[in-house]
Design a protein around this ligand. Structure first.
Ligand SMILES: NC(=O)C1=CN([C@@H]2O[C@H](COP(=O)(O)OP(=O)(O)OC[C@H]3O[C@@H](n4cnc5c(N)ncnc54)[C@H](OP(=O)(O)O)[C@@H]3O)[C@@H](O)[C@H]2O)C=CC1
Ligand SMILES: O=C(O)CCC(=O)C(=O)O
Length: 450
């Protein structure tokens, strides 16, 4: 697919020049622009208000030094990032990624996607994202703590419960959030809901741990239902074996599907008898081990491990849920999925499909649940954590889960309706981008040229 609208073509050229060397961000903007072409035609008032030019430029970007001392007494230096992309509809909100691949282009694409995702949740949250090229893998708890304290010593100057509320993402789980929260509280001498994904003993919300994976399945079930299908008795392949993948496996299994594969950045497991989730949880959540250990630890005799990640998409399945990282499904992998009869791809990870892979989904009439809608359950539940912190109350697991389920149903409905309204029925990617954009755009127009 290529852009046809000259105004958007020219604007994309400007974005490319201004953000040279950041291909992930250009990829994210290109996708959004392709979906917004009919909006440009229908809403000249938004063009007049400069909304398109303003929405692709972050309100603020912070880059900082993160020095810390390792277990050998050696000084290490990482780079920290926080991008405060858009605050039109609420305080900046989005996770912190700790992974060696992190640089400004990754944080910028994630922050940009977050604007539309957060808008789709219906909650008042703007878009932001952050992180560092620090790799928590293989580090001791002491090293992770010293890094997190140093990171927060700078970050705390720029965030706050009514300004910017970070959370977890790849490499940032409950341990890291705990260390960062402790440091924020110590420096600012205040207890506030400045981070979400907190532990349950200090203001965290029940069901936040499960929320992204559960939400992905709630959204996917709605998409399947609208097309006369369901998870029941379907074979599912899920990539990754982190927070999102684990709870997507749990909910898909509860919905009656059989999940047969999971992966990490070294390789993938295939278990034709269905993934033995408690074993995966022990290895990944408790021991921080590698997925290949599964084969020796499960009683399922037919389980196998294969080195390398992309082979996971050659496994025959009905539904694929990529839950690891960006651009993990390319055109070749998408073609293998289609050739093996996979009819639905729904994204737990952020931007896991390349543009060429998305073309393959549409050419093969596969159902496609785009990340900014399908994985919005995590941030939605973070929004619910913020509400509980403000109220000084804690809701039960069932209450939070029911609200999450309701939000995911509404997100599917908005995507479906926007796609229909703008003449692209069944294209939930277009629907998600249009519905997410319109709310933010109206707010930006109403607030004047800021
Ligand atoms: N956590 C949340 O609430 C939300 C997360 N997301 C997105 O979901 C995805 C997964 O996040 P989450 O589960 O939280 O992260 P985790 O750190 O818990 O798990 C990440 C998983 O993905 C694998 N992975 C990471 N990088 C790569 C890579 N380059 N190639 C192959 N596999 C890789 C990891 O393997 P290994 O252990 O080997 O690194 C691990 O299995 C990300 O795209 C994130 O942005 C989206 C919405 C909310
Ligand atoms: O819960 C949050 O605030 C962050 C979630 C997130 O980073 C994401 O949706 O990608």
């Amino acid at each position: 697919m290529a852009l046809k609208n000259q105004y958007l073509i020219d604007l994309l050229e400007t974005v490319k020049k201004r953000n040279a060397g950041e291909p992930e961000f250009i990829q994210a903007v290109t996708e959004v622009f392709m979906c917004l072409e009919p909006v440009v035609e229908k809403r000249p008032d938004l063009v007049e208000a400069g909304v398109f030019e303003r929405i692709v430029e972050p309100e603020r970007q912070i880059i900082f030094r993160v020095p810390w001392v390792d277990d050998n007494g050696k000084v290490q230096v990482n780079r920290g990032f926080r991008i405060q992309f858009n605050s039109a509809i609420g305080p900046y909100k989005g996770g912190l990624r700790l992974h060696p691949s992190v640089y400004s282009g990754i944080i910028k694409f994630l922050g940009f996607e977050q604007i539309f995702k957060n808008s789709l949740t219906t909650l008042p949250m703007g878009g932001g994202k952050g992180g560092s090229d620090f790799d928590p893998k293989g580090k001791s708890d002491g090293e992770v703590m010293r890094f997190c304290q140093s990171f927060m010593t700078e970050l705390c100057k720029h965030i706050g419960p009514d300004c910017d509320v970070p959370a977890g993402d790849i490499g940032t789980g409950a341990r890291e959030i705990g260390y960062m929260f402790g440091q924020y509280k110590r420096i600012r001498n205040e207890w506030s809901g400045v981070l979400t994904g907190k532990g349950l003993t200090y203001g965290g919300s029940l069901a936040r741990t499960e929320a992204t994976g559960f939400g992905l399945c709630y959204f996917t079930e709605e998409m399947l239902k609208a097309n006369g299908k369901s998870f029941k008795d379907q074979t599912v392949v899920i990539s990754g074996s982190g927070n999102v993948a684990i709870y997507a496996t749990k909910k898909a299994t509860e919905f009656g599907a059989k999940v047969v594969a999971l992966s990490d950045s070294n390789g993938y497991i295939y278990d034709p008898d269905g993934i033995d989730l408690p074993v995966v949880q022990q290895i990944k959540e408790v021991e921080r081990g590698r997925i290949k250990e599964y084969v020796d630890r499960t009683s399922h005799k037919n389980a196998t491990y294969t080195e390398g990640c992309s082979g996971i998409w050659s496994i025959k399945c009905d539904i694929a849920l990529p839950c690891a990282t960006q651009n993990e499904i390319d055109a070749d992998s998408a073609k293998k999925l289609a050739a093996n009869g996979c009819y639905a791809v729904s994204e737990g990870a952020n931007m896991p499909s390349t543009p060429e892979a998305i073309d393959v989904y549409f050419e093969n009439k596969m159902l496609y649940g785009p990340a900014k809608a399908a994985n919005a359950g995590g941030v939605a539940t973070s929004g619910l954590e913020m509400s509980q912190n403000s109220e000084r109350l804690s809701w039960t697991f069932e209450e939070v889960d029911a609200k999450l389920h309701g939000i995911m149903k509404e997100i599917f409905k908005s995507c479906d309706e926007a796609a229909k309204e703008f003449g692209m029925e069944g294209n939930y990617m277009a629907g998600a981008n249009i519905a997410g954009f319109l709310k933010v755009a109206e707010a930006m127009k109403a607030q004047g040229c800021v």
